[in-house]
Design a protein around this ligand. Sequence first.
Ligand code: 3PG
Length: 306
Amino acid sequence: MQVLVATDKPFAPVAVKGIKDVLDKAGYEMVLLEKYGDKSVFAKAAATADAIIIRSDVVDEQIFSAAPNLKIVVRAGAGYDNVDLEAATQHGVCVMNTPGQNSNAVAELAFGLMVYAVRNLYNGTSGTELKGKKLGIHAYGNVGRNVARIAKGFGMEVYAYDAYVPANVMKQEGVNPVATAEELYSTCDVVSLHIPATAETKNSINAALVGKMPKNGVLINTARKEVIDETSLLVLMETRTDLKYMTDVMPAADAKFTEKFPDRYFATPKKMGAQTAEANINAGIAAARQIVDFFENGNEKFRVNK
Ligand code: 3PG
């Protein structure tokens, strides 16, 4: 079996070694393609692959049609909006993710961005503290849960909105469930986004919602840029000169945000949420194990396409 690890944004070397060890043990060959830049380079490398491990790398018809032996793609991470699931199914390819494996890393970065925001981007002026503030977690999945756990250490009051998670599950974990997204935004001083990018969520975080935040509200985005209605957020931040937006996923309109709100906006130049040795090891090794288990035992537990 040939397993292509195609990561334009490379894993930490220690994680690559961990992936190789799992594959070596199974008698599989690992081919490593990092920082490939152009998708045609990826497509060429996919020609002989039986399995592919990716991160946010785009896998679509171009890749599937270039990879006749391909049986499985594992996204080493949570969000799989970068994979064309319909095309995968048409080509008879199983797609999986590795839920939970990188969620602590993303949650920790959310707090890095929060502290940076409330301390006025470390510009020397007097900021505020997170202790005693209300934190709203928008979507209570693996990352949301880790954010809640860390928030308690900061002494924050934690609220969450998730239409798919029962209120009693949140209550058991010391989190205050709210019934609507509107309630979350109007209640909380800081809102941290953890929703996936789907047809339903794209552009859903707009001025109507963010505009409900109390004075000095902070919006943290370690999810996806597509969920933000950038045009309406730009307009809102012009009038609401108290709001801050910190994001780990650079908006398409990054230049405009930077120019208009240099003191209230920050975007990481590259998505950094899952960029830790631990997250790379966890997600990368889980991906390699899932591939071996798929070929050896037919295990499709983490399959996300039909
Ligand atoms: C995820 O969906 O797992 C995170 O957004 C991390 O993405 P990355 O592997 O491209 O850093």
